[in-house]
Design a protein around this ligand. Structure first.
Ligand SMILES: Nc1ncnc2c1ncn2[C@@H]1O[C@H](COP(=O)(O)OP(=O)(O)OP(=O)(O)O)[C@@H](O)[C@H]1O
Length: 218
């Protein structure tokens, strides 16, 4: 689904990725791990074109991503962040509906889809609540519903459990794993959590010294 070959990404003269190769197959449930500052967020930003590579080739379904407009790419790729990034002035429904409005969905469809998704993530009764009245775990469930609203083929999650306690983090990862199974959404999650890594049936990629390696289990 996504292929990266011989990609170099520099900030000034420092290369955070150097000749790096990486790939995700359709249907993968993958985890990206690596030390702080190793370039995990930079890799995700390259995949959804928040930043551009200095050298190398990145393809989404065989097409160079530089040839795909950001608008189209972001319909295909959903994003979830550590800090949730919900709009504080908007309620749960409005936060989710924005994703549908951005792609011109009719309001009836938006309402129906929001209802289904909120039920799925366990927040059917929080439609009118504002983010600051929700727990961290609930806010992340809203962010996940928003990211999945337009049925993206790929979901990227940058430390989605980084701001959550251990049990809530486990619940969120379980939800992502289930949604992966149900929707067949390809997922790439950045996480530091060794314990959780062991519990998940994920392909594990490690980033180290500017390169990516896939862990192969024998
Ligand atoms: N916009 C930027 N300008 C300059 N340097 C940057 C920029 N973004 C990231 N960097 C640098 O690139 C390196 C990799 O950062 P990145 O955020 O990708 O790492 P990370 O593995 O996600 O780290 P963490 O686990 O701490 O979030 C770091 O040294 C960081 O300071």
């Amino acid at each position: 689904m996504i292929q990266m070959s011989k990609v170099t990404k520099r900030y000034g003269s420092d290369a955070v990725l150097q000749n790096a190769d990486f790939h995700l197959e359709t249907g993968d449930f993958a985890v990206l791990q690596g030390r702080s500052g190793s370039g995990k967020s930079s890799l995700l930003k390259l995949l959804y074109r928040e930043t551009e590579a200095d050298e190398g080739d990145i393809r989404f379904r065989q097409i160079p991503i530089s040839q795909i407009t950001k608008h189209v790419l972001r319909r295909e790729i959903g994003m979830v962040f550590q800090s949730f990034r919900l709009i504080e002035q908007k309620n749960v429904f409005e936060n989710i509906a924005l994703a549908g409005k951005a792609v011109g969905k009719p309001i009836e469809e938006i309402e129906q889809q929001a209802k289904l998704l909120l039920e799925r993530v366990g927040l059917a009764d929080k439609k009118d609540a504002f983010p600051n009245s929700l727990s961290g775990g609930q806010q992340q469930r809203v962010a996940i519903a928003r990211a999945l609203f337009n049925k993206p083929s790929l979901l990227l999650a940058d430390e989605p459990t980084g701001n959550l306690d251990k049990d809530t983090a486990a619940d969120i990862l379980k939800l992502l794993e289930e949604l992966h199974e149900e929707e067949k959404t390809t997922m790439l999650l950045v996480t530091h959590d060794e314990l959780l890594l062991k519990q998940m049936h994920a392909k594990i990629w490690t980033i180290e010294d500017g390169r990516l390696h896939e862990q192969v289990f024998s």
